[in-house]
Design a protein around this ligand. Structure first.
Ligand SMILES: *Cc1c(COP(=O)(O)O)cnc(C)c1O
Length: 487
């Protein structure tokens, strides 16, 4: 190819690099802007062709390489592009240095305008200690926002679940039912209590707890003569579980519900706030959640005594006496006044964050609507999801293998996508725990895990970043499909 044609092609592709391959499609060399500039300066440039460029072996990585391998090569060779080649040396992908410099996160913190003012106020008034006016304010504001009587601000969502279990009377040797498809923070506290989890599958319609599986679990527990002390109902990825089907089952057996709404603050179910359905509800303000205090949690309940007891247990179970009297073991689980200040600022932009996350989801779905193999997490009638994470499953054969290839390809371009949570009943930590699938022989949570992908979903993603993910995902999918078809 003549250098003039090469320049035209370079301009057209706008990748800053050309890959030269032989008849077998095997990469021979790369041609950069710099190579072409040098060719122009050579004698008789109008006759020059790419073949006359000095031979240089291309710097490449294999398909198994990760982003750190690419970064090392770019630094060592001072190059801006690294082609990815298959086992035969054919290029299958190209990584740009600018991608390494601007990672696209799964879900990163997004501050509003007022957080700094609240924190400044905490400094000015010297309320840096745990507790203080912002803690009280944050509790009041969260309770009002979700329409529950009372709230206790805590150091994490996990701490809130731990206290909730204690408040519901969970003791060593008790059993606790819990959704299997969730983050381990939902059920680690069951172990802190010395209790034993029993895991319940998801239903395909909401990805949340399957009423059919819960019913069978209750039948089993009743036969065994040991009903669970409580049911931990998780609202996954910003969406409420099907409360109308699940709550009556728990009520019928007189078992209280602990609603893990760590991922669903801002969502509603039939018009009511997610997290307001259980005897106790729990939110998280960890850095990746829809609003954050960097780390924190909230326990909510209509029962004022329960919440007062949560606050007491969270402050070393101190009795009301000046000399620090203690009757029972407590914890250091309170939220600090500084972090509560951040939370108050964040709460003011919650509606905006929900709208932004839903917009991210809508942009993905619309742009990728022509790909029937992408099945988006459903949003049932009556459920208003925050789309905290945009989640989908890959339909068709070898979904798990394609998912891994897709995630790997995205990661190489510095795009943080993840598998769906690995279900708790498949975790070595909970080996041997009883598990109730959606139907006999049909494990919904395991299939969602096999084929599921969470895409970057932060409310601060730019349209350009979302479009970048969309483009990369398209290429990664067709590459993964070719790979699976050819073997
Ligand atoms: C994040 C999360 C938790 C734990 O919250 P932390 O504040 O991180 O302790 C619990 N359950 C679910 C479903 C979560 O996503």
């Amino acid at each position: 190819m003549a250098w003039r044609d090469a320049i035209a092609l370079m301009d057209e592709l706008a990748e800053g690099i050309l890959l030269v391959v032989d008849e077998q499609g095997i990469l021979q060399r790369t041609v950069t802007d710099g190579d072409l500039r040098r060719a122009v300066l050579a004698p008789a440039p109008e006759h020059a062709t790419l073949a006359e460029l000095p031979a240089v072996a291309p710097v490449t990585v294999g398909e198994a390489a990760g982003i750190e391998d690419v970064r090392r090569l770019m630094e060592a060779h001072r190059i801006l592009h690294v082609p990815v080649v298959d086992g035969a040396g054919r290029p299958v992908d190209l990584v740009h240095s600018r991608e390494l410099a601007s990672r696209i996160w799964l879900s990163s913190p997004h501050l509003g305008e007022e957080e700094a003012a609240f924190v400044e106020d905490a400094f000015r008034s010297n309320w840096i200690a745990p507790l203080g006016p912002h803690v009280d304010g944050f509790e009041r504001e969260v309770a009002a926002r979700v329409g529950v009587g009372h709230a206790a601000a805590l150091s994490s969502g996990t701490a809130a679940i731990h206290l909730a279990l204690l408040l519901l009377g969970v003791k060593p040797g008790d059993t606790v039912f819990c959704s299997s498809l969730t983050f381990v923070g939902s059920c680690n506290p069951v172990l802190y209590c010395g209790a034993r989890p029993v895991f319940i599958d998801s239903e395909p319609g909401s990805w949340n707890m399957s009423p059919a599986a819960l019913e069978r679990a209750f039948d089993w527990a009743k036969k065994e003569g040991r009903l669970p002390r409580c049911v931990i109902l998780v609202n996954l990825y910003g969406q409420s579980a099907d409360m109308d089907a699940l709550l009556p089952l728990c009520e019928r057996h007189g078992v209280p519900v602990l609603e893990d709404a760590a991922e669903s603050l801002g969502a509603t179910y039939k018009g009511r706030a997610s997290g307001a359905f259980g005897r106790i509800g729990v939110y998280s303000f960890n850095g990746n959640k829809i609003i954050t205090t960097s780390g924190g949690g909230m326990l909510v309940a209509d029962d004022a005594d329960l919440v007062a007891r949560a606050r007491k247990l969270a402050t070393q179970a101190r009795e009301p006496a000046a000399h620090y009297e203690h009757v029972e073991a407590g914890f250091n689980y309170r939220m600090s006044n500084v972090l509560a200040g951040i939370g108050r600022g964040q709460l003011r932009v919650l509606d905006e964050r929900v709208a932004q996350r839903r917009r991210v989801f809508a942009r993905y779905r619309q742009a990728l609507a022509d790909l029937p193999q992408l099945q988006w997490m459903p949003e049932p009638e009556g459920s208003h999801s925050t789309r905290w994470l945009t989640c989908l499953t890959l339909a068709g054969a070898q979904a798990n293998r394609r998912r891994d290839l897709v995630l790997k390809a995205l990661e190489r371009h510095s795009i943080e996508a993840r598998p769906v949570w690995k279900p708790m009943h498949l975790q070595p930590l909970f080996r041997g725990a009883p598990y109730f699938p959606h139907q006999e022989g049909r494990d919904v949570a395991a299939s969602l895990f096999d084929a599921g992908v969470c895409l970057p979903s932060g409310s601060n993603l730019t349209d350009g970043q979302i479009d970048e993910v969309i483009g990369r995902l398209r290429r990664a999918l067709s590459f993964a499909e070719e790979q699976c078809a050819s073997s």
